[in-house]
Design a binder for this molecule. Structure first.
Ligand SMILES: NC(=O)c1ccc[n+]([C@@H]2O[C@H](COP(=O)([O-])OP(=O)(O)OC[C@H]3O[C@@H](n4cnc5c(N)ncnc54)[C@H](O)[C@@H]3O)[C@@H](O)[C@H]2O)c1
Length: 320
């Protein structure tokens, strides 16, 4: 396969800001067609990225274009029908996070992918942030992880995603949940404190402590009733501590006994100051395309993402 033929569903914010810029830079990718329900959005986006054909019906696009892969970039409550259709047609599929509205839907998408031998990639972009990747490599060289911490704070106590189609933990704080599994591995036990605060009927704090199957500990600190957006990570091993803020102007500070603290910036690790490179969006698409070309499934597939969705379920179920 010289070039991977990719068809695109969705001409929205994430498509235009990070995913299509990433694909447009890849010499081994051909963006063959774009579908969106809104004519102006699909025509403007097609023009911006040099995509030759546009459609309003994704089924027609998939039938006529016969692509190798489809990007399905739309709100989670619309996602399932389009993703399942593409998998049923034997197309490799990329979706943003969350992979679905529920763990059940995510597992059914994983079942379709397996039945049709499709490569799938979920946009858990934190796993592909060059700074986090580099620090995790350093931690693994230093020793076994004994503690991972994942924080995500926002100042949106009354946040309601897609009019309530999906809860905040599974839709957005899921990034912090998934990052814990990426740092520490699968989880065998979890306890949590989940609460709401302020003048809202909604939950806005999800705090959890968990045990990884290799014996390390994980801590989740997510609070949408905070004062600002902060999203940081810690990795600890014997003689190793890393504190990572992977934002565009962020950095990691790595501490090892007997050595000066080492500071690595997000931009240094990415070799670029472009947001789609710094924050892992380029990396997740690169991984998807490489997996398609190699004929292997991604380690961030529907099947794997279902385990992060299930962990979010367990965090809600494990409330003290
Ligand atoms: N990884 C991250 O950091 C991150 C950040 C923000 C959003 N997201 C996720 O990205 C996803 C997309 O978000 P967005 O902000 O780009 O959405 P958006 O609303 O800007 O774009 C979605 C597009 O899909 C189109 N669409 C909807 N139904 C369609 C259909 N049946 N056929 C064709 N087109 C259709 C809409 O017209 C719209 O243009 C969401 O799941 C969101 O959770 C991820």
């Amino acid at each position: 396969m010289e070039k991977v033929k990719v068809a695109l569903i969705g001409a929205g914010a994430m498509a235009n800001s990070v995913h299509y810029p990433s694909l447009a830079e890849m010499a081994d990718v051909q963006m063959v067609a774009l579908c969106d329900l809104v004519p102006e959005k699909r025509e403007e986006t097609a023009l911006r990225f040099g995509i030759p054909r546009t459609y309003s019906d994704y089924r027609e696009m998939v039938q006529k274009e016969n692509p190798d892969a489809v990007y399905v970039l739309m709100p989670p409550y619309h996602l399932f029908d389009a993703a399942v259709y593409c998998l049923q047609q034997g197309k490799h599929v990329f979706v943003e996070k969350p992979p679905a509205v529920t763990t059940f839907q995510t597992l059914e998408l994983a079942n379709w992918a397996e039945a049709k031998a499709c490569v799938t990639q979920i946009g858990f972009n934190r796993r592909y942030i060059p700074l986090l990747v580099k620090v995790r490599e350093m931690q693994r060289e230093a020793g076994d992880l004994n503690l991972a911490v994942s924080t995500f704070y926002k100042a949106q106590p009354d946040a309601l995603y897609y009019n309530g189609a999906i809860d905040v933990l599974h839709c957005d704080a899921i990034h912090a949940v998934d990052a814990l599994r990426w740092m520490g591995g699968d989880v065998v036990a979890v306890g949590s404190h989940v609460s709401g605060s302020g003048e809202t009927p909604r939950l806005n704090r999800w705090l959890a402590v968990m045990e990884f199957e290799d014996g390390g500990s994980g801590v989740l600190l997510t609070n949408w009733d905070s004062g600002t957006r902060v999203h940081t990570f810690e990795m600890h091993a014997p003689g190793f501590a890393a504190f990572v803020n992977p934002d565009a102007d962020g950095q990691a500070v790595v501490h090892r006994p007997g050595k000066d603290p080492l500071t690595i910036t997000s931009v240094e690790a990415a070799g670029s100051d472009q947001w789609h490179k710094v924050y892992g969006f380029f990396g997740e698409s690169r991984n998807f395309i490489d997996c398609i070309k190699a004929g292997v499934d991604s380690d961030c597939s529907f099947a794997d993402a279902a385990r992060s969705m299930a962990l979010a379920d367990d965090i809600l179920a494990g409330m003290i």
